[in-house]
Design a protein around this ligand. Structure first.
Ligand code: SAM
Ligand code: FES
Length: 354
């Protein structure tokens, strides 16, 4: 059997491995292997994105959610969650503030809150685009009908983040109640790609019951589906969920997976997530040094930040957006990179012309 270094070298050249080979890499994680993977990853990062790190302004506009995912702090049955929802005008105001701060891309994220009709979402999109035609808008509002996704696309949304959560349907069933379907989520991702969105998939690292084989399946999924972006962060327990007592994912495994994903799809956008910054004070900087190239600072009003509590001890819940950007600029410069505020498309992405 080949040794892990040989397999890593093969991935660096071929951008593809078998599931068993991915498992072998994950089973043999070590400081040396992580270092080699990060070095290869940074070569591609430099080749395609130089030392640029893109930032997207995140507006967490509602923490109402109709779903009951076992891991998530804003799940429907969490009675301790203080709920809020921003009015369309407030959401538009956050986007305007982001524009004034230099952001040319904004992510509108929320729980699955169907109080916002398709008309409401389209209204918000159109108003933002009317004021700022050069603003790229990303939606992250969960599973909806294909016709709805089409309407949002027509109204000006260009990107959609919908983490697949896990590529293994059996693990999906352990993380979610029966009324949620892995097939449906995967079909949503396919629809979004088909409609022409730049699509962001993603998964939690070391969620309860997840094995290295499951993670290898996620890597194979990235290799085959080729999302424009893939967001990963450690699972972090939340005190008011059924997974309150479960262990959180590790910094090491998350960083290693970031590097491997950069080797699998060198042009992909990979965020250094807030969850990574939560388990380690320099987690986001380390994520960038492992091959990530996107950061998503919070643009939500400070008054609601703490309430969008997906997991315990989430960082950046007290700072104004401008403070957050300055903090991030310092962090990014400290590791030799530079923050770029332009829309930050994936290298090679071409907008479909109908
Ligand atoms: N409702 C939208 C959706 O389902 O795509 C967007 C919001 S959802 C809360 C955003 C992501 O947070 C999820 O896809 C999940 O991967 C992540 N998340 C939720 N709970 C988490 C936890 N306890 N630890 C780490 N990540 C978590
Ligand atoms: Fe938000 Fe540092 S990134 S305060």
């Amino acid at each position: 059997m080949k040794n892990p270094t040989e397999i890593l070298n093969k991935l660096n050249i071929n951008h593809s491995l078998s599931i068993e080979e991915y498992v072998l890499l994950l089973d043999n994680i070590s400081p040396e292997l992580m270092k080699q993977a990060a070095e290869y990853a940074c070569n591609y990062q430099k080749q395609y994105y130089q030392n640029k790190v893109f930032i997207r302004g995140l507006v967490e506009f509602s923490n109402y959610c109709r779903n009951n995912c076992y891991y998530c702090g804003i799940r429907r049955d969490n009675r301790n969650c203080e709920r809020y929802r921003l009015r369309p005008e407030e959401i538009i105001a956050c986007a305007n503030e982001g524009y004034d701060l230099g952001f040319r891309t904004v992510v509108l994220q929320g729980g699955e809150d169907f109080t916002y009709s398709d008309e409401d979402i389209c209204y918000i999109l159109k108003e933002i685009k009317k004021a700022h035609p050069d603003m790229v808008i990303t939606l992250s509002i969960g599973e909806r009908e294909r016709a709805s996704y089409e309407a949002y696309f027509k109204a000006g949304a260009e990107r959609f983040l919908l983490r697949h959560e896990t590529a293994n349907p059996a693990l999906y069933a352990k993380l979610h109640p029966k009324d949620l379907s892995w097939e449906h989520r995967m079909n949503c991702l396919k629809d979004l790609k088909d409609i022409g969105y730049q699509v962001g998939a993603g998964f939690m690292v070391q969620s309860p019951g997840q094995t290295n084989y499951d993670l290898a399946m996620d890597l194979k999924f990235v290799e085959e589906f080729k999302p424009d972006m893939c967001g990963i962060g450690p699972f972090i327990s939340h005190k008011d969920t059924p997974f309150a007592k479960e262990n959180s994912g590790t910094l090491e495994m998350t960083l290693f997976l970031i590097s491997l994903m950069r080797l699998i799809y060198p042009q992909m956008l990979i965020p250094a997530t807030t969850a990574l910054g939560t388990i380690d004070p320099r987690g986001r900087e380390k994520g960038i040094q492992a091959g990530a190239n996107v950061l998503m600072p919070n643009l939500s009003p400070v008054s609601v930040r703490k309430k969008y509590s997906l997991y315990d001890n989430k960082i950046c819940t007290g700072e104004e957006a401008a403070e957050c950007i300055n903090c991030l600029k310092g962090r990014v410069t400290s590791v030799g990179y530079e923050i770029i505020t332009d829309p930050g498309h994936r290298v090679g992405f071409e907008k479909r012309v109908e």
